[in-house]
Write a protein that binds this ligand. Structure first.
Ligand code: KG4
Ligand code: ZN
Length: 340
């Protein structure tokens, strides 16, 4: 089959994104973020996100087509995130995709957002199935074995907060700016990770489930004990940030070790892939690198713009799935929850 030219659309959280792919070639990938719209509220406000998506989707699609240097007449199919995510945003994206597909008589593919993330290593590195995927972002945290473009085996995940959420909340506790991940990573660089022994939740439990909310409580207690006149000393803050980051690394590394043990018997070239914003963290990457090396596996971290939310991964997931599935009809619905 000749490489398909696919328009991808993504609007499940706080990024409005559109991309054009021709096979594995990314002709364009546009991401219009909404960070400043939500900044005053300390988190993504679903209603504000939905409105912004509705306003920006057509501009975003036009820009993606323009940057790709093609018109809708050269598109073979439309792919759109149909869930999971904030329902208002997902509905906006699905309606936009349906409109284009109907007007141009194009096949429409509803894609699972998590499948988009999980298939990204095949877009960037052409990794062979099966491979292990660790998805770590502000909203997700799970280990998956990708057996095929539509077959994912979930080995475990967080039972409460996602690690990015924990980084963001702890940054707030330590009066560091948002997004918390990069701020904590920078602050932790000057800290002593050994000074405070913070908990490593669920390490004593078998399997790959994780928990990060208890860590937040532990940091809060420690912080309150260190506060002098309502403020933290610079060194105390750095040591707490470093201690927290070390705890996250230990949990992710140990659970990755167990997840890799499930993958290794299935393939001669075991690969651990990481996606999501938290994959930007160099200390976490180093921890995972070490675990992969111990298991004789390769660690793959796709370039950050493809690790975080984008529409190229949605178009690519449709391209991967096309040989194995039929397009969706105009009855494609938006699903707030859609486990893989
Ligand atoms: O994948 P992403 O851009 O958005 C979603 O959550 O969907 O991930 C954003 C999350 C935020 O919680 C942010 O604090 C975290 O990724 N993050 C980091 C780093 N950079 C971003 N966490 C730890 N270390 C970092 N360097
Ligand atoms: Zn995502």
């Amino acid at each position: 089959m000749a490489p398909q030219t696919v328009l991808g659309i993504e609007s499940s959280c706080d990024d409005t994104a559109a991309a054009v792919l021709r096979g594995r070639e990314i002709l364009s990938s546009v991401v219009l973020g909404q960070t400043e719209l939500h900044a005053a509220f300390g988190g993504v406000v679903p209603e504000i996100a939905a409105r912004a998506h509705a306003e920006k989707l057509d501009i975003c699609v036009a820009q993606a087509l323009h940057e790709a240097g093609i018109g809708l007449d050269q598109i073979d199919a439309v792919a759109v995130t149909a869930g999971p995510g904030l329902i208002g945003g997902v509905v906006s994206g699905v309606m936009c995709a349906k409109g284009i597909a109907m007007a141009r008589h194009l096949p429409l593919y509803g894609v699972n957002h998590l499948a988009g993330h999980a298939l990204t290593p095949r877009l960037t590195d052409d990794v062979a199935y099966p491979y292990l995927m660790l998805l770590v972002s502000g909203g997700h945290c799970q280990f998956l074995i990708a057996h095929g473009p539509e077959r994912f085996e979930r080995l475990g995940g967080t039972i409460d907060d996602a690690p990015g959420e924990a980084f963001d909340k702890i940054a707030r506790l330590l009066a560091l700016p948002q997004p918390g991940g990069p701020a904590i990573e920078r602050c932790a660089g000057d800290g002593d990770a050994e000074r405070f022994r913070l908990p490593r939740p669920l390490l004593d439990r078998d399997g790959c489930d994780m928990s990060f909310s208890g860590l937040k409580t532990a940091v809060l207690r420690q912080r309150d004990a260190l506060m002098i006149d309502g403020a933290l000393r610079v060194q105390d803050r750095a040591d707490l940030a470093a201690g927290f980051q070390a705890a996250v690394v230990d949990v992710l590394a140990e659970k990755a070790r167990r997840a890799l043990a499930s993958l290794v018997p299935l393939t001669e070239t075991p690969t651990l892939c990481v996606a999501g914003g938290v994959a930007a963290n160099m200390t976490i990457r180093a921890g995972l690198e070490q675990v992969a090396a111990e298991a004789g596996a390769t660690l793959i971290c796709p370039p950050l713009p493809l690790c975080t939310d984008n529409a190229a991964m949605i178009a690519f997931a449709a391209i991967e799935q096309m040989p194995h599935r039929a397009p969706d009809g105009m009855d494609l619905s938006a699903r707030p929850r859609w486990p893989l």
